[in-house]
Design a protein around this ligand. Structure first.
Ligand code: PRP
Ligand code: URA
Length: 214
């Protein structure tokens, strides 16, 4: 399946991103380095995902002359990690967008059915006025991401972007089908899902690798 058939999907093939992703995938990479890489990749992804932000003109006096220049036009952003693994991407994005608010959606995949189960939600009150960056390292079946998008839409969210480090074609297709108008940013589209719903080759269980739980 080629990513070219998806209009709203941006595959970030920058050399720095691909290099860092290769180290993350390596089963020998430990939790400390893995966490650092997730944070760095999230920051690089936010750089691309905010490319469309509006600018407003301002005037600045440099040591040499007065000039017309540009600043962000008061864009309000919400970063929404899907717990747990999405937490690893928050700090990298906040370093670029410190004024962003952070909402949390707790979902885990039932290991038998692979269906998302919700266990927590706390969102900024003005979620409907914010540009949203849902963050989760893995887009596998797409169940968790689609549930998070629906959850946010039910609470008034409009402009939704989904940032996932590694995606399976099946997951992208599921989100594209279920969530019209959501723009997906990913660093890689892998081969397929295995019988346990893990991305192949992927990087294993992102939550366990981030938090050292296995
Ligand atoms: C992982 C991952 C996504 C989900 C992706 O979370 O972080 O949220 O699986 O799978 P899907 O696309 O098939 O829904 P997991 O359920 O393992 O929970 P965790 O983050 O708490 O480890
Ligand atoms: N969740 C993960 O953490 N990894 C996968 O490969 C699939 C779902």
């Amino acid at each position: 399946m080629s990513e070219r058939q998806w209009e709203n999907v941006v595959v970030m093939d920058h050399p720095l991103i691909q290099h860092k992703l290769s180290i993350m995938r390596d089963a020998k990479t430990g939790a400390k380095e893995f966490r650092e890489l997730v944070k760095e990749l999230a920051m690089l992804m936010a750089y691309e995902a905010t490319r469309g932000f509006q600018l407003a003109e301002t005037t600045v006096t440099t040591p040499v002359a007065e000039t017309t220049t540009y600043v962000l036009a008061g864009k309000k952003v919400a970063v929404i990690p899907i717990l747990r693994a999405g937490l690893g991407m928050v700090d990298g994005i906040l370093e670029l967008i410190p004024a962003a608010k952070v909402g949390h959606i707790g979902l885990y995949r039932d290991p038998e059915t692979l269906m998302p189960v919700e266990y927590y939600c706390k969102l900024p009150e003005d979620i409907g006025e914010r540009d949203i960056l849902i963050v989760d390292p893995m887009l596998a079946t797409g169940g968790s991401a689609s549930a998070a998008v629906q959850f946010l839409r039910d609470r008034g969210a409009r402009e939704i972007n989904l940032l996932c480090l590694i995606s399976a074609p099946e997951g992208i297709q599921a989100v594209v089908d279920a969530c019209k108008d959501v723009r997906i940013y990913t660093c890689a589209v892998d081969s397929h899902l295995n019988d346990h719903g893990y991305i192949v080759p992927g990087l294993g269980d992102a939550g366990d690798r981030l938090f050292g739980t296995k």
